[in-house]
Design a protein around this ligand. Structure first.
Ligand code: M6R
Length: 366
């Protein structure tokens, strides 16, 4: 059932191009100029009347929700908050009948996510679920459901579920933007076009697995590591850090690159590995200056950047080039090497990759 792969996680990483296509293709118009979501029951009028959006989820799904916030704020120019589901209730969230609450859950059974969803519903929000399991509790209780067609995810570490949640957010953002007229038609078509190239671009990253493995083997002997980035790169850094901790047991932290010098830089000493994501042209210069600060203290930097940014290579100790897409879509590509780094670091440490210690695939207690 692992289809020849040594672990479910690796199989699921390699299934991502298909998961992107399956989640996306049936939801694009024939001319590929519009997103169609017939499953959404919210009327156009209801979509137009939304005043604020709240996203709630746990773990990796929460990290997808961080990207969702960025996407929806950019496309709809509406305020979006993303909360860890277990914390959501404690701040007595401000919900009205014009609030859309989006719950994100691969399994659709996570206790904290369910509790947050019930809280939002009881306060009058319209609840839309992004889930991978048709008929799950979250799917049954939500007002609207957007299914991610990633197929069953067996490994505890979530990979294809996260990336298909990103695709779901891109689709949902575009769909609501069409209804609200907040994004120009030209830009909608450009985004759809770029999204359609993602599966092939993921494949080209997967072809670099061997060099990613050799980097992962080098960091596997370390006990501390940092991920840094700005904007969308910081959001992906957080997911990369969780993945690494979860299966390799290497302690890591994700930092907004600009925050480093406010304390954490004190931890950088000789040979501490730092993985820097630099995929956003408008933010690259600033991240590079943070990288210089890290290197001046002896840090060993892997730069993950785009193929068209060869000039950045001299700033890094190791470089991984990935294809370029629209800034907003970059997380759907830049997370792939991070998944592979975690996988190969876990493997090098002799861990049980698919079943990391102390963790369960579906967390049904609060
Ligand atoms: O099934 P869910 O998406 O609700 O699960 C949420 C988290 O428990 C899950 O994403 C967890 O963080 C993963 N093991 C991370 O890889």
């Amino acid at each position: 059932e692992k289809a020849g792969y040594p672990h479910f996680m690796l199989k699921e990483i390699y299934e991502q191009p298909k998961a992107y296509r399956d989640t996306m293709n049936s939801r694009l118009s024939e001319k590929r100029d519009r997103v169609i979501l017939p499953e959404i029951t919210m009327s156009d009028e209801e979509i137009r009347s939304i005043r604020n959006i709240q996203i709630v989820a746990c773990g990796t799904a929460y990290h997808a929700g961080l990207v969702g916030k960025m996407v929806i704020e950019r496309m709809l120019r509406l305020p979006v908050e993303t909360d860890v589901a277990s914390e959501y209730r404690y701040r007595d969230p401000l919900v009205s009948r014009r609030t859309l609450t989006i719950v994100v859950s691969q399994s659709g059974e996570t206790a904290d996510t369910l509790a947050a969803m019930r809280e939002a519903k009881s306060k009058g929000a319209h609840v839309l679920a992004i889930t991978n399991v048709v008929g799950s509790t979250v799917a049954r209780e939500a007002d609207d459901v957007l299914v991610t067609w990633a197929g069953p995810e067996i490994a505890v570490a979530s990979t294809k579920a996260y990336t298909s949640q990103l695709i779901a957010f891109y689709l949902l953002g575009l769909y609501m933007a069409q209804v609200r007229g907040s994004v120009k038609q030209e830009e909608i078509e450009q985004t759809i076009g770029a999204m359609q190239s993602l599966p092939e671009q993921v494949e080209s990253i997967l072809e670099q697995a061997e060099s990613i493995q050799s980097y992962a083997e080098q960091i596997a002997v370390h006990n501390n590591l940092f991920f840094i980035g700005r904007g969308p790169d910081y959001l992906v850094a957080q997911e990369g850090s969780l993945k690494l901790k979860e299966i390799s047991y290497i302690h890591s932290e994700a930092y907004a690159a600009g925050e480093l010098k406010h304390g954490t830089l004190a931890l950088i000493e000789d040979n501490v590995p730092v993985i820097a994501l630099v995929t956003q042209p408008a933010l690259a210069e600033k991240t590079v200056s943070n990288i210089k600060e890290v290197k001046a203290r002896g840090g060993n930097v892997l730069g993950i950047t785009c193929e068209d940014s060869a000039e950045l290579q001299s700033e890094f100790d190791h470089t991984l080039f990935i294809p370029r897409t629209l800034d907003m879509l970059m997380p759907a590509l830049s997370v792939i090497p991070l998944q592979l780094i975690s996988y190969y670091a876990s493997l090098a440490r002799g861990n049980d990759v698919d079943k990391p210690r102390n963790l369960a695939k579906s967390v049904t207690v609060e």
